[in-house]
Every structure is written in C-alpha cells, then in structure tokens.
Design a protein around this ligand. Structure first.
Ligand SMILES: *Cc1c(COP(=O)(O)O)cnc(C)c1O
Length: 429
C-alpha cells in the first residue's frame, strides 16, 4: 500500500517510508491510496475468529508488502496480548474498556504496533531512528512502554515539569534502556513547540532520522481500527444498529473507527464526544473550521484546540460536509457535566469511569434522546490514572492495579531542560 500526503505537494510513498518519516516532506498527513472493503463473509463469521485473526485480516492491506505476512502476524499478536471487554451499562449503552494494556491507556495498542514495525524496519537499516514525543500525560507512558528495548530506536520524551500526574510521571521516567525522559521547565505547549522546532531544524535532521509517535503517524493511527471490530464481534448477536461515542482530542481514534466502517464494518453512526475544546462541534454547526488554543479540563488528554486528524476525517468523507454530517454527531461538555456523569455511572450502574469515558457516556445519552441504536462509548483510560478527580466525585478509594503499583516504587530518572538549545544539544551529543 502506498500513501499520499494530504497537502498533495509531496511524492506518494511506501508504508515503511511514511512510518519512518511520520509527517510527509510537505508537512501533510499521510493517507492510504485506497481502502478496499473486506469480504462480507469476514463480518458474517467474525465471532468465530480470534482478535489476532481479525486484526491481521483488517490491517494487512495497509502494510504489505514491506512486512511479510508471518512477521505481521507476530507483530499483531504481540501488540494485542490483553483483553478488550465490552461491558453493558444498560439496555442501550455499553462501554468498550480500552485500558487493559501495560500502561492502562488505549494508546498502548498504537504504540506497541508502531514500535514493532519500526523495530522490524531497523533490522536492515544501519541508521538509528529517534522517536521524539511531547506528552501531556498518557502518550508518553504508552510510547515509552511500547518502544522499550526495541533495537535501533531511541525514544526521547518531553513532558512539562509538575503538570503530569505522579503515576504518569513514574510511567515515563522509570524505564531506562532506550527511553530518555526530558523534564521541561514549562507547559505542554512548550514541549510540543520544541518537538516541532526539532523537526524543522535541518541541521538536526541532516544528522539524525527523527520521527513522531503521535497519531499523525500511520502506524500509531491505523491499528486503532481494531477496537471497533472487536466490539462488533462481541455485540453482533444483539442485532441492533451499532453507534460509537468516542471521547476525542486529536480525533485519531474516531478516524480509525471510520476506516473500519470503510472496510465494511456495519457502524451506523459516530459521535465525537468533546470537553470544552469544541472546535469540531462548532465546525459541524457553522461549517467554519476555527482552531483555538486549548483550554484545560479534567479530561486533559482531549485538551486539543486544533485536532490534527480532522483533515483525515474530511478526506474519508470526500471533503463533503453533508456526507460527514450524516455520519458524525458531536457534542461538547463542561467539567461539571463530566463529574455528574461519573457520579451517575457510579450511583446508577455501579460503574467507575474515568473523565474521558464520562464524556463518552454523555455523548451516548444525548444521541439516544433522538435516535434508536445500541451506543458503545469508549473507556480510554483506567480511572486510577485520574485518581484525584474520580475519588473526589465518587467519594470512594480505588485500588491501584498491579501495573500501576509496580512503577510507583521505582526511581524517577529525568534530565531537566529549559530551552530548545538544550534539547538540540542533548540530541546531538
Ligand atoms: C489520547 C486520548 C484521548 C483522545 O484520543 P484522540 O485519538 O486524540 O482523539 C482520549 N482519552 C484518553 C484517555 C487519551 O489518552
């Protein structure tokens, strides 16, 4: 499969090249040249297939031929060695729990898949690749964990000092080996600006191969389509129209769901559930895309004012507003709405959700006021990752799961930096 740049000013290229580059030379996002629907029999018999079989069949057209099928099978198997349970909330709403991976964030799947692809390509490359990533919390941990020990790949994570939770900081700073954490004296935007500056710095990029590990990278973005297939497998026997409510920030996850739909997965509709960062909600009303600086909320992984994958969503809908509107609803919620949702889920359904899942639940409820379907909201992080908020709302202590307990006792190792020059000096050393 080849990929083109959505800016259309760079040559089409292979999966391998698109993964290694992250962003096209014209700064556009890469997009697959074609999406061929799977055979109807694939969906008719999906309940008889294992998760790895489903994932392999669904992803292979996007990868081949650079990664041989037997290698791809192993990559998929290793990526998906944990559960993806669908939990019923009530008759019309379920949640897909995406937090059973090693860092308890849904980004584990994309990070693990991308790490293994890069690791495979690097068996024949002589030049090391440096993955540079800025994190506001969850991405860093998932990327660090996914890439740990991958030969030929160095990972450098920038995080804002004092602005990530204790758990998140431990997940970033305690791994060692090929993972380095840089503790930036600043906020998340400063970290992201430094990363962007590094990608633009030709003196740096002529000396080293830099790539990104956020959802602009196709190897992190596309594997997320598996979640939607795994849900269908579990809910197919209900025989109801299936709708997904996806708590969205950069819109990578929901966009991957739309790719699954293009592959023939029977999904009736998508809901983008947002916090106060409502750029897409406003666009769906006004047809004017007006990105804004992000505002801080309790669902902080969605604090994005200019969602990078929205352009891919438009491309998937032939850049036609009415086609998009028929497939996507979007809603925005305040932190108070979100807290009320967490309390309702706990009191009425005995379910402890995290703030991102809470926003997804609200999207599901609003959609069901005017439509009939079975709505699945994605629970994108384990509630312990947002301990203060969740415990404060439900007035109960939650136990730390073993994955989290294990890192809390390890010693933090991070290098403090306070400028782009310090980052550059570190990278060139
Ligand atoms: C990253 C993240 C999101 C948003 O996903 P996008 O693909 O950026 O829309 C939602 N919830 C959690 C917990 C996240 O870490």
């Amino acid at each position: 499969m080849n990929y083109y740049s959505l800016n259309r000013k760079a040559p089409n290229t292979t999966f391998e090249d698109a993964v290694v580059r992250g962003l096209a030379p014209d700064k556009g996002l890469y997009f697959p040249e074609s999406i061929t629907p799977l055979e109807p029999s694939f969906f008719e018999t999906i309940e008889d297939k294992s998760n790895t079989e489903i994932a392999f069949e669904a992803i292979k057209q996007f990868i081949g031929p650079e990664i041989p099928e037997d290698v791809l099978k192993t990559i998929v198997e290793e990526t998906l060695n944990f559960d993806f349970p669908v939990v019923e909330i009530n008759e019309n709403i379920s949640t897909l729990e995406l937090f059973h991976g090693p860092t308890m964030a849904f980004k584990d799947v994309g990070a693990r898949f991308m790490a293994r692809c890069l690791g495979y390509f690097n068996k024949t490359n002589t030049k090391d690749v440096t993955v540079l990533v800025a994190t506001s919390g969850d991405t860093g941990g998932a990327v660090a964990n996914g890439f740990l020990g991958v030969k030929g790949v160095n990972v450098v994570i920038l995080y804002p000092s004092g602005k990530v939770s204790d758990i998140q900081e431990k997940q970033l700073t305690t791994l060692g080996q090929n993972i380095t954490a840089l503790e930036v004296d600043g906020v998340f935007d400063d970290c992201q600006d430094m990363v962007k500056q590094a990608f633009m710095d030709t003196e740096l990029t002529s000396k080293m191969q830099l790539t990104s590990a956020n959802s602009i990278n196709i190897a992190r973005w596309l594997p997320q389509l598996f979640y939607f297939m795994f849900t269908y497998k579990q809910l197919k026997s209900k025989n109801k129209d299936l709708v997904f409510s996806v708590p969205s920030g950069n819109f990578g996850n929901i966009c991957a769901g739309m790719v699954a739909q293009k592959l023939g997965l029977p999904i009736k509709h998508f809901i983008a559930a947002n916090n106060a960062n409502a750029t897409v909600v406003n666009y769906m009303i006004s047809q004017t895309y007006n990105p804004k600086p992000s505002v801080q909320t309790i669902s902080n992984a969605m604090d994005v004012g200019n969602p990078s994958n929205f352009i891919r969503i438009q491309e998937l809908h032939n850049n036609d507003f009415d086609t998009l509107k028929a497939n996507l609803s979007s809603y925005s919620y305040t932190d108070d709405d979100t807290r009320a949702a967490l309390l309702e889920l706990y009191n009425d359904f005995n379910y402890v959700a995290d703030p991102h899942g809470g926003v997804g639940y609200l999207g599901a409820k609003d959609y069901l006021k005017e439509n009939e379907a079975h709505v699945v909201f994605l629970e994108t992080a384990h509630p312990t990752k947002f301990l203060d908020v969740v415990e404060d709302v439900i007035r109960e202590n939650i136990d730390l799961p073993p994955q989290i307990e294990a890192v809390m006792h390890k010693e933090k190792v991070a290098i403090a930096i306070n400028s782009y020059d310090a980052l550059k000096a570190f990278l060139l050393q």
